[in-house]
Design a protein around this ligand. Structure first.
Ligand code: SF4
Length: 421
């Protein structure tokens, strides 16, 4: 239980760091971090530990809301956005991680330099913010989630700026192209520091890019998918990803969504947020997404979406069947959407037609889980493996108090999570 708490606190720290970078701070959050860390040195009963773990979930909701406020105040309200994935012909810089402020600084400094900027991994949702739509040289997203960094960074041909993200130790073949900044660092890679005036100087990254070849097209010669999700086809057909389905954009569709639920066109929402990882079992997630009946809508956020966000899942009455709220911190949006639905239907969280099939990996996912538990969400399915710290004793607490279970097979989980099938 102590380890669960410490992972949750790491998640609080990660999100708080980004909110604070945008000028949003909260003494109650930092005071809780100190008090909770101090509690790990004391001998507590199981009930006391459950209490502080759930309190961490409550602080998690608070820090997620703080970061949501900070991001939307700084960069605007995300809109549902189609993002190209076919690279252009100029050399580029690939930006990965969560730090939108770093992305903005880089985009300002790359204006008129003849280089393009691409997002990778957790940076994909940046395309949905009005601030970033202004930059024409932010041309698309390249690749997927962190487990595929080695292949994708190699193929990118240009520098990669790592802000905050899961980072795979780089191969020697492209290590000289990796630049880190903020809390990220890696031996042998150049670090871009914060200057005294609070800004950063990316001129070395830009000069490096100008000597590089353009990115290799990861799609090869494959044909674009046939059906358009939004009817508006870009020059690259349907090789595009949809993001920006955060609470602002989705709640603008609330009436359509509520009507679709009332008419039975949408029978269920399935939250498939969370992390990605290397394990072969993660092929479960695209299989599960594809096996879901066509009257279900997937709500997602975080890296796990890359397992299925290029699938053609279609739409229901104009609502995409895959709603990607954004980064893992944008799970907050999923909570806001669920709260709005609960209010609209006059029911509690657990009475909504929503199931939770969360993909698990590390501390930020732990915090999102604790936040859901704090909100009283029950019967969450986790996979593909439970973390090592979930000992039989902790599992008992989670099962008895919250009905948490590990995922099994697509067929079995479908019966349980989508009882309408
Ligand atoms: S969603 Fe999870 S796997 Fe992806 S960068 Fe965030 S913490 Fe890492």
């Amino acid at each position: 239980m102590r380890e669960l708490l410490v992972y949750g606190l790491k998640g609080v720290g990660a999100y708080y760091y980004h909110a604070a970078a945008l000028g949003y701070e909260d003494d109650e959050i930092t005071a809780f971090i100190q008090r909770a860390l101090a509690s790990t040195l004391r001998s507590l009963t199981v009930d006391e530990m459950v209490g502080i773990v759930l309190e961490c979930g409550g602080v998690g909701v608070k820090v997620l809301a703080l970061l949501d406020t900070a991001n939307t105040a700084a960069f605007g309200t995300p809109a549902i956005t189609r993002v190209r994935t076919v690279p252009g012909t100029r050399p580029g810089i690939l930006v990965t991680g969560h730090d939108l402020k770093d992305l903005e600084l880089l985009l300002e400094q790359t204006k008129g330099t003849g280089v393009d900027v691409y997002t990778h991994g957790e940076m994909l949702p940046a395309h949905a913010y009005p601030t970033f739509k202004k930059y024409e040289h932010l041309i698309g997203n390249y690749g997927g989630s962190w487990p595929f960094q080695k292949e994708e960074f190699e193929a990118f041909n240009g520098p990669v700026l790592v802000t905050t993200n899961c980072l795979v130790p780089p191969k020697d073949s492209y290590k000289d192209r990796i630049y880190t900044t903020g809390p990220v660092g890696f031996a042998g890679c150049t670090h871009i520091p914060v200057l005294e005036n609070g800004t950063k100087d990316f001129s070395a990254v830009i000069a490096h890019t100008q000597r590089c070849r353009p990115p290799k097209n990861l799609h090869g010669n494959s044909r674009p998918r046939r059906v358009s999700l939004f009817g508006e086809k870009g020059s690259e057909g349907n090789r595009a990803l949809i993001t920006g389905c955060a609470h602002g954009a989705v709640l603008a569709l609330a009436d359509t969504m509520i009507d679709a639920v009332k008419s039975g066109a949408i029978k269920r929402f399935v939250v498939m947020a969370g992390c990605d990882g290397r394990q072969a079992e993660r092929s479960y997630y695209p299989e599960f997404a594809q096996a879901l009946p066509r009257d279900t809508v997937i709500l997602t956020a975080g890296c796990t979406k890359y397992r299925y966000n290029s699938l053609d899942l279609g739409e229901i009455g104009g609502i995409p069947r895959l709603l990607d709220a954004g980064q893992c911190n944008d799970c907050y949006s999923l909570v806001v959407i669920a709260q709005a639905l609960a209010e609209a239907f006059g029911v509690g969280f657990n009475d909504l037609p929503i199931s939770y099939n969360i993909a698990w990996y590390e501390q930020t996912a732990v915090l999102v889980l604790l936040a859901l538990l704090h909100l009283g969400v029950k019967n969450i399915t986790l996979g593909p493996r439970l973390p090592a710290f979930v000992s039989p004793g902790v599992l008992n607490v989670l099962v008895e108090n919250f009905g948490i279970r590990k995922n099994t097979t697509v067929a079995e989980d479908l019966k349980l999570l989508v009882p309408e099938t």
